[in-house]
Design a protein around this ligand. Structure first.
Ligand code: K1U
Ligand code: ZN
Length: 173
């Protein structure tokens, strides 16, 4: 049965590292993907990247449809943006590793993404709307980048200080 894994809270050095490409699709990685989906739905969230649960491998999960009806979970190993639109979209982003903090981030509105699925098959798909925002946010996690890295230094510092305080309080409890 899938397990809920603890989500790392910023600042944590593991959230700043570049994750390694997945070479072989092991059962261990498939179990990790299932645990990540369970962890994401439980949070609740619309995406999750392996570094957020302390695993520095290139794996993300997402489901931006869940709120609106049937779940549409996607599991992506070694995801890559192949093409981005010049058109941009602004979305108020959040992050499960930066709880209760939201900020507007501008990103390409449409992206073509390539990845390897859980059966080891290559996939390619165009994403727009929230799906495009979310998949770019998750791929950023694999490159050690957080949405607050797009903000002005002062705002980023304020959020980081809040998270340091939150972590001290959580450690005390
Ligand atoms: O990567 C993460 O930390 C997950 C993050 C994904 C994301 C959210 C917004 C824009 C881009 C990427 C989240 O899921 S934060 C939680 C959230 O946005 C949400 C929670 C419940 C319902 C709907 C959204
Ligand atoms: Zn995030």
């Amino acid at each position: 049965m899938a397990m809920i894994r603890p989500i790392l809270i910023h600042p944590d050095p593991r959230l700043k590292k570049v994750a390694s490409p997945v070479a072989d699709l092991s059962d261990e990685l498939r179990v990790l993907a299932k645990d990540m989906l369970k962890t994401m739905y439980d949070a609740p969230g619309i995406g999750l990247a392996a570094p957020q649960v302390g695993v520095l491998e290139r794996l993300i999960v997402l489901d931006c449809a869940h709120k609106e009806g049937e779940p549409e979970p996607l599991v992506m190993f070694n995801p890559e943006v192949i093409q981005s639109s010049d058109d941009e979209n602004v979305y108020e982003e959040g992050c499960l590793s930066i709880p209760d903090q939201f900020a507007e981030v501008t990103r390409p509105a449409d992206v073509k993404v390539g990845w390897i699925d859980s059966d080891g098959n290559p996939q390619e798909q165009d994403f727009d709307g929230l799906w495009a925002t979310c998949v770019q946010h998750e791929i950023d996690h694999l490159n050690g980048k957080l949405f607050i890295d797009y903000l002005k230094p002062l705002r980023r510092q304020m959020i980081t200080r809040k998270m340091q305080k939150l972590k001290r309080e959580l450690a005390r409890d």
